[in-house]
Design a binder for this molecule. Sequence first.
Ligand SMILES: Cc1cc2nc3c(=O)[nH]c(=O)nc-3n(C[C@H](O)[C@H](O)[C@H](O)COP(=O)(O)OP(=O)(O)OC[C@H]3O[C@@H](n4cnc5c(N)ncnc54)[C@H](O)[C@@H]3O)c2cc1C
Length: 603
Amino acid sequence: MAANTFLKGGEFLVKSSDHRDLFIPEDFNEEQLMIRDTVRSFVEQEVVPFTDRIEKLEEGLIPSILEKFAELGFLGTHMPESLGGGDLDFITNTLIGDEIGPSGSFTVTYNAQTGIGMLPILYYGTEAQKEKYLPKMITGELKASYCLTEPSSGSDALAAKSTAELNEAGTHYILNGQKMWITNAGFADVFTVFAQVTGKHLPDGKSGFTGFILEKGMPGFTLGAEEKKLGIKGSSTRQIYMENVQVPVENLLGEVGKGHLIAFNVLNIGRFKLGASCLGGFKKLVETSAVYATEREQFQQPIASFGAIKYKLAEQAIRSFVAETAVYRSAQLIQQAEEQYKASGMEFAQSKLEGAKEYALECSIIKVIGSETLDYVVDETVQIFGGMGYSEEGHIARAYRDSRINRIFEGTNEINRMVILSTILKLAMKGELDLLTPGMAVQNELMNGVVPDVTYSGPYAGEQQIVDNFKKVLIMILGTAAQEAMSGKLDLKEEQEILMNLSDIIMDIFNAEGALMRVMKVAENYPQKPIELYDAVLRTYLHDTASNILKYGTDAIASFIAPEIQPAFLSGIRKFTKYPLQNVKENRRKIAAYVLENKRYPF
Ligand SMILES: Cc1cc2nc3c(=O)[nH]c(=O)nc-3n(C[C@H](O)[C@H](O)[C@H](O)COP(=O)(O)OP(=O)(O)OC[C@H]3O[C@@H](n4cnc5c(N)ncnc54)[C@H](O)[C@@H]3O)c2cc1C
């Protein structure tokens, strides 16, 4: 893995990277494949057979599964060896999340324990706090949860009303308030809670949003009943109430008034983990769809023989392939950053924190792509199953309901789309992302016909060009929007529709470029792989992406560009989204044939 070629957060929009350096799932080594198989067997043997009982929230069941997973070492694979963890690299941890993905409610339990449950303490805990809690969380002896949301503050998390007042003796904070939608609350022992430090005795005069570690059994700390939810019914979700809970000052997490750093930095990885586990879910559903479509007969033939069904199977595979590529591409970026920070002498937790922070934008992309791909794929699985997909007797209805939460928690997809855009604009303002130079080049190309001197050759020259062109569409619109925002003509914060259009283009670019690089690498390094399958996926995806970007771009310019210059923009967008016609019908039939022959996700 060449460390010198990796791009910083958001830089993919203005630079290209070498496909030979990209980590792709075809690159997994023997050890990673063994880990994958172990987790897969665990899901098949220890989770799936208990699904009905898990869904009924049978007392003690999900925590006991978590403990069994801990016995195999899987709750600490991202933790330092000094605390009893496995210190596996980020890509391998992503693979574990990917494999645990099809476990429904257990996935949510696992992600909460290992992500938002443990990470606040790893990132911000004192040495004493880390030693007290993390080793026991790794062994499963302690279960963890993360309490940010309140009844009146969800997306606007920093508006939390819970309070923490230091007592006169300076020994305890007195916490009051209520938290809502807390995953794992029913059996958790340790709760990271956010509250506003206020009152007469401010520590060193500091106040504001702050993190605390609370423990089950603290007087005044109580739980609400289990929420009755649409899906992930086996995952414990409760409210918590705090009435004069005395929390020792040693349980302050991080610094007073700096709770927002904990909340947001932990969410980066929370978002990434969510996207990675959606991946396991939709790949499994491709398999489920293929098996059913082969077995179910109508009009004296398997439904898999119908073009309409082949279309669905192919589209499920295409979207899964693209999202899978994006997940491992981002995992590699984070891993490389972590390794670089560690090599520079940074300690374990800080290097993890900084790695995720560097790629906060990519983490939001993965959250949105993962959750929306899963929703698409599961919806089409219901359709392929017909009435059986709608029946509670099968497991498809449950998967359909379970999927839906992913667009809501860890920051709704609307909030994440805005994070994508605001991060890019912040990087540009700080001079860390140069949008100006590529912006001038695009302008020069459009106005004066000056074509950049990058020319591609080889079997994917056209595809490399179209991905470059997609970036030009974004640069053209984003550059103009940023200029108008800076001159006060456009208040971008009030123009969310445009922000949504631009984030959709950004995600399409990330996906398209990743898919292209993966296919190019497979073509060069994996001659045993069916390259015609990969080709068909890439070309079909680019065909669709060109139309999507044309639409998002047109919507955006119609929304804010002055009418007299709209035609110039429009012709630019049309030029940059021109991709030779593909026989998408034949491509999808080819892809469906591979799905059906393998009866699984075929990559
Ligand atoms: C099953 C489940 C488990 C959860 N687990 C946890 C947990 O363990 N810990 C925890 O702290 N929280 C948890 N949550 C809470 C979750 O993170 C929030 O539900 C989520 O952040 C959204 O907040 P909200 O529900 O208040 O929706 P709201 O913030 O009220 O949003 C409602 C709608 O308005 C949109 N919206 C809000 N603000 C804006 C804006 N500025 N611009 C545009 N659109 C906007 C949203 O995108 C959404 O579509 C969980 C929730 C559920 C349902």
